[in-house]
Write a protein that binds this ligand. Sequence first.
Ligand SMILES: Nc1ncnc2c1ncn2[C@@H]1O[C@H](COP(=O)(O)OP(=O)(O)OP(=O)(O)O)[C@@H](O)[C@H]1O
Length: 586
Amino acid sequence: MASLTQIEMPRGRMAEWLSKPLRANRGIYTKVALAAAMINLFALITALFTMTVYDRVVPNNAMDSLVGLSIGLVIILMFDFALKILRAYFVDVAGARVDRDIGKAIFERILQMRMDIGKRSTGGLSGLVREIDTLRDFFASATITALVDLPFIIITLTVIALIGGWLVLVPLAMIPIVVIAALATQPLMRRLSAETLSGQLGKQSVLVETIGNIETVKSANAGSILSRRWDTAVTDHAGASLRQRLVSTIPINIAGTAQTTAYTGVVIFGVFAIANHSLTMGGLIACSILAGRVVAPLGTIAHLLTRANSARTAYTQINKLMENPVEGPEGSEGLTLSKMEGSIEFKNVDFRYPGAAEFALKDVSFKIRPGEKVGLVGQIGSGKSTIARLIIGLYWPTSGLILIDGIDIRQLSPAALRPKVGALFQDNALLTGTIRDNILLCRDEIDDDEMIRASQVSLAHEFVARIPQGYDLELADRGEGLSGGQKQSIALARALIGQPPIIILDEPTSAVDVETERRLMANLDAEFKDRTLILITHRPSLLRLVDRIVMLSSGKVVADGSPEQVSARISKLRTVQGAKKDERAA
Ligand SMILES: Nc1ncnc2c1ncn2[C@@H]1O[C@H](COP(=O)(O)OP(=O)(O)OP(=O)(O)O)[C@@H](O)[C@H]1O
């Protein structure tokens, strides 16, 4: 994240994910602009009203005119009030729409993000999504209506010139001062807003990591290392945002001082104009009010520029995320197989995780026939789970081919592939929601009968049937409230539901006792008839479910055959290794 400050701001056209919701709000922005224009007009009229009262009503004691003028003014003030409320309402409506549309686009992109490209810290990513607020605040805030005020600066200056002649030079002289102050601080502001965002994401990163792993953090006594990281992140962020606020106040305060100077300057120089009889008392007051109004929008623009920097930084970062390639074949939806046979082939597959120095898989080749049951075995870190991740298309091979039903997996639509490959991974991750939500995952085509069937096979039904809320029991974050074994049985039911033609199970019995494992195996044996099974395990007992074993070592296939052939090969390997050891010892 430190590199954020070096990020080049985007040039050229605004990306579609932002321009589209903004375009959709064109109608609202037009209404806002109209309201702002009317409000400006009313301000001019109010100044002229004051001039008329001083020049015509006061000297002539014209009470009738005053009543008429006052009624007119009250009507204008009422309109002004109503328009300001409407303007705020329209701006909020635009904000809500921009929020919804951008949020939807970003969330969809995160779901489709390719794991090899888009992976970053969860906290950093969630912090980035929060930056939608910065964009929304910029594009849908009352501040942006200040842009409408800009043309009115010229109109107001013209009115001052018409009333006060050369007095217009006073507010005119203030304009370059405010503009230069605002522009001069921009490069620094850009850097500081990038630093502030970087600090913000850093904080978010530590926070999410800590909360997400609070049990481990406490039990492993990891609090102090995280506290230290948090302190550093907070200090960095506080320092950057302090500097940003400090610098941002410079042009805003210069604009404020310029506004007062314009007002008082007109009053002071106006005295000379009155002495020359080139200006009336009322004209002086109107000019001084209008002079303040010339500079005020520039102050707002200075403020807008500050926010524009934060919005630009947020835009750049979110755009980087949005420009990441998504899963599936580039430029097309990908193939959808209505019926999948379930054959899997790895052809000379090499795979290295993004950023990793070592290959996790090296020249891996095997072919699994539809309905075949294969056990993947090997020491820890030998590449078993990596094979599973590649089969469901979480990553693409670095080189080589992975074919499902003879089709390169890169041509298949991930959304169509995944319901056909039931997968249970080691983390057994559950989501907030009911047990039903966790098993069905909003797959409307699946009914309760199938949910109960899958739960009976995974043995989840046994404990779910006994709890009063049953499948409607609400689970907290990540399945909190259930034991490890219960979570695993629910995750297993989720993998089995819909009877997908390919099933991948990574240590499906790691959290259950021996007796439960025995019953589960009997159920699974019946369940997997005619379906392709890939079973990853360290438990020899589970291998009774398979009729073929592929053995991996350091990312390579070192044995492949029936369980008997593989155990014969293992014994041979052990004998050779033992002999080598003996030789070395001798
Ligand atoms: N996300 C990742 N990024 C980088 N390297 C990874 C990642 N996941 C795994 N690896 C590395 O890839 C190699 C294979 O890991 P994999 O998870 O496939 O092993 P495994 O055989 O399933 O191990 P285990 O039996 O412990 O589950 C390991 O060396 C591991 O360090």
